[in-house]
Design a binder for this molecule. Structure first.
Ligand code: G3H
Length: 256
């Protein structure tokens, strides 16, 4: 019963802002775990937030996942912006299927927003050696500089075990997640309930430490099943605009 809850949403947003210590929270009605269209609603809301925050720096760093794919699905040209946006893939592959990879999502966003894109062509799970030699490649260095110059960062949050399994991670990582009680995943980092990083997938691109600066970060993550993950991530996470749904919001409230 969506209508019954609508009037409570501003209140819910305020409470969530306080619990998670964020400057802005936007909640869409419903629970995306059960109602798939709610993910697209979060996607559209994210596009509107992006549109409202865009400045002269139209470089936008993009992560992967099904929620980011929904943002791409709902993307449209930004009304206010004079310059065309440039979507850059912020991390190399994390073992995701093509449709959930940052590269694919960037290209789709650019097409729908009438903008440009720049992919990051690095494979997942790099060895120390190839990590260093790839970082020296001129085309990759150029992409990395672009990512660092981005005026905005858009990313999702996942449940740790769900993400590790979806990415066909090693048994070693699955064991580590279980043993060290990882609950959240974002940017290829795994976090426990206190927001402590317990594992980091070695891949080239935007690192968590680079988020603690002035540029806006938009986090898009919803569904009751992600409540713990969202809470854990923001224990130490950067300030950001959180776009979520009622399903996650109600559950976070209940936990507090
Ligand atoms: O890093 C976070 C995950 O990419 C989130 O994936 O949007 O498919 O749940 P998801």
């Amino acid at each position: 019963n969506v209508m019954k809850h609508v009037s409570g949403i501003p209140q819910l947003e305020k409470q969530l802002k306080n619990i998670l210590h964020l400057s802005r929270v936007v909640i869409v009605p419903g629970n995306s775990d059960e109602q798939p269209w709610v993910k697209n609603e979060m996607g559209l809301t994210c596009v509107k937030v992006m549109e409202s925050l865009i400045t002269d720096n139209t470089v936008i760093a993009i992560m992967g996942g099904t929620t980011l794919a929904a943002v791409a699905e709902m993307m449209h040209p930004f009304k206010q912006s004079q310059k065309k946006p440039l979507f850059v893939s912020a991390r190399g592959g994390l073992g995701e299927q093509v449709e959930n990879q940052a590269n694919t999502i960037c290209a789709k966003m650019a097409e729908k927003a009438d903008g440009h894109y720049r992919m990051l062509h690095v494979p997942d799970q790099l060895s120390e050696e190839s990590y260093h030699s790839l970082s020296m490649e001129p085309s990759i260095r150029e992409s990395l500089l672009l990512i660092q110059s981005a005026g905005m960062v858009i990313h999702g949050i996942g449940d740790a075990m769900t993400m590790a399994k979806r990415r066909r991670s090693s048994q070693e990582l699955l064991d580590k997640i279980r043993k060290e009680h990882a609950v959240a995943e974002a940017f290829g980092y795994y976090f426990d309930q206190n927001g402590k990083v317990i594992h980091k997938v070695k891949t080239i691109g935007l690192q968590l430490e680079e988020l603690n600066d002035e540029r806006p970060v938009i986090t898009v993550a919803g569904g009751k099943s992600k409540a713990n993950a969202i809470e854990a991530f923001f224990k130490k996470g950067p300030d950001s605009v959180l776009v979520t749904d009622e399903g996650a919001a109600q559950q976070i409230l209940q936990n507090n």
